[in-house]
Design a protein around this ligand. Structure first.
Ligand code: CTP
Ligand code: MN
Ligand code: MN
Length: 496
């Protein structure tokens, strides 16, 4: 026969909610962060079965915060996000697991000793910020304008070069490091200021150190001037050309798009357009041009389906003033009305000679077939059109005159080729599509990774909870962040 005490211990999580509270003055909150939901539930049940008062969520009533595997600074930083300004230093005890375990063993809250307390460093300028930075881009606010462009440009060049060498892991590592520096509140001046920051591996630190000490990194400068990097940059800059194709061409001696014109290399339809409009497309699209294209797309959409709505997404939604293309989402408030919309929009545009190139894909998304069998792909399956617009330039006079020496588009009178992505989404998936198409790419990547470690699966179509085995619906981006247990990050701060 198991003694009564042990029996209780055996099944604490299932214990009744109405356990008698024996120590009402001690309100314990278990911080889930690294503890994990199931362990937290187990410990909560255990403590309640012993008459402890365990709070489900943090509130000013909490007297004891217990965490596992988090540093004191992390917990302090978290606490500051929970309490109104100025209230963070109220006398909450920040404790480690030893206090909790000893209290469970004793059957009452044991007296707090210094070994039970988490060590919290005194705040000192940037280091306080350093310690609060989350390792996932979706946990941080990354503004467009930041203070470390010299360092991030260098790291992003190495990332780009790693892509050209088909080393994705390395590329993402450099991008992550750059993204962390973008989120800092000021310029980095000394290596010590980087202490405790996530995602800064040894290689990145070496590059940063060299730049801080000598003004430049020899590796970055060597790469920048290397023949392979320059050729790959030019060739992958052609619309329709990926790294693999560029690498094949490079091995065959092709260095520049112009080399393709005279060669017998076969180009597909997208690549032919890419070569033809290369000089146009390498000139960044301005916000004014994006808005002008928005007006045209709106007119096209209105003409073929009354009530349809368009939304500017991608970099421009994040506040960028220039971009490599313009991205739009199209939807209709009545689910289903948006079906088959895109071919009509395309015909409308073509009839007016507004498209230089287009490729339209049908919607191939079928919820029933996607999950849980299939892992989320970062390619979504919306009805979409990758296009090149022919944008007339009546407003060009309003812009800055072209710099002398600028080639290509500036010489072409009257119009400019502009890459435009049109994506159609059913209104029930709109919030997910908007979140998925606003970017940045690293922000999206980390959102999906974050969802994964929370037992969820996120795509531009839906969010699936793998534990509850159900879809989590949302009609706004805010709701999706909430489902994911993340603070809402507005588009302008997703420039990771
Ligand atoms: N995207 C996507 N599927 C694609 C292409 C892009 O889901 N086939 C998403 C990307 O993840 C990104 C967003 O759409 O979040 C915009 O992509 P893109 O236009 O490539 O990048 P921008 O951030 O808009 O940058 P830019 O201003 O240079 O266009
Ligand atoms: Mn874009
Ligand atoms: Mn795009």
């Amino acid at each position: 026969m198991i003694p009564a005490k042990r029996r209780k211990l055996g099944a604490p999580a299932a214990g009744p909610v109405a356990d008698v509270i024996r120590f009402p003055h001690v309100a314990v909150f278990l911080l889930e962060k690294r503890m994990g939901a199931s362990r937290r539930a187990f410990l909560t049940g255990l403590a309640r079965s012993k008459g402890f008062r365990l709070e489900d969520s943090y509130s000013p009533a909490v007297t004891h915060v217990v965490s596992e595997k988090n540093s004191g600074d992390e917990v302090q930083a978290w606490l500051e996000t929970q309490t109104p300004a100025g209230d963070a230093d109220r006398s909450v005890h920040l404790l480690n697991m030893t206090w909790f375990t000893e209290s469970m063993a004793a059957g009452h809250p044991v007296k707090i000793e210094s070994r039970h307390r988490l060590q919290v460093k005194a705040k000192s300028g940037p280091s306080a910020v350093t310690n609060t930075m989350g390792a996932y881009a979706c946990q941080r606010k990354t503004p467009l304008e930041h203070h470390n462009a010299v360092l991030t440009d260098a790291l992003l060049l190495l990332a780009e070069n790693a892509d050209f060498c088909t080393n994705e892991g390395r590329s993402v590592a450099f991008k992550r490091a750059a993204s962390v520096l973008k989120a800092l509140p000021g310029p980095v001046r000394r290596m010590e200021e980087l202490q405790g920051l996530p995602c800064l591996g040894e290689h990145c630190q070496r590059v940063i150190k060299e730049i801080l000490e000598h003004g430049a990194s020899s590796e970055v400068e060597m790469t920048r001037h290397s023949e392979h990097y320059q050729a790959m940059k030019a060739l992958t800059g052609i619309f329709g050309v990926g790294v693999k194709t560029a690498e094949q061409w490079h091995r065959a001696g092709i260095r520049h798009p112009a080399d393709l014109v005279s060669s017998e290399h076969k180009l597909n339809r997208a690549q032919r357009a890419g070569v033809e409009y290369y000089e146009h497309l390498r000139v960044p699209v301005t916000k004014a041009e994006a808005d002008r294209i928005g007006e045209i797309v709106k007119r096209a959409v209105d003409a073929v389906l009354l009530g349809a709505e368009i939304t500017l997404t991608g970099g421009f939604r994040r506040g960028k003033q220039t971009g490599h293309d313009v991205d739009f989402l199209i939807t209709h408030p009545d689910e289903g009305r948006e079906e088959g919309l895109l071919p009509k929009v395309v015909s409308w545009l073509e009839a007016r000679d507004l498209l230089l190139y287009q490729k339209t894909n049908k919607n191939s998304y079928l919820e029933a077939k996607e999950w849980p069998a299939r892992p989320p792909s970062n390619m979504d399956r919306f009805e979409r059109c990758f296009s090149i617009f022919k944008l007339q330039r009546p407003w060009a006079a309003l812009e800055e005159p072209p710099q002398s020496g600028e080639r290509g588009a500036a010489e072409t009178p009257g119009w400019k080729a502009v890459r435009v992505d049109l994506v159609v989404t059913p209104v029930s998936q709109f919030a997910f599509a908007l979140l998925g198409w606003t970017g940045s790419q690293l922000f999206e990547r980390d959102l999906r990774r974050w969802a994964g470690q929370k037992g969820m699966s996120l795509s531009s179509h839906a969010l699936y909870d793998c534990e509850q085995k159900r879809y989590l619906r949302a009609t706004s981006e805010e709701e999706i962040f909430a489902h994911l247990g993340l603070e809402y990050i507005p588009p302008g701060e997703r420039n990771a």
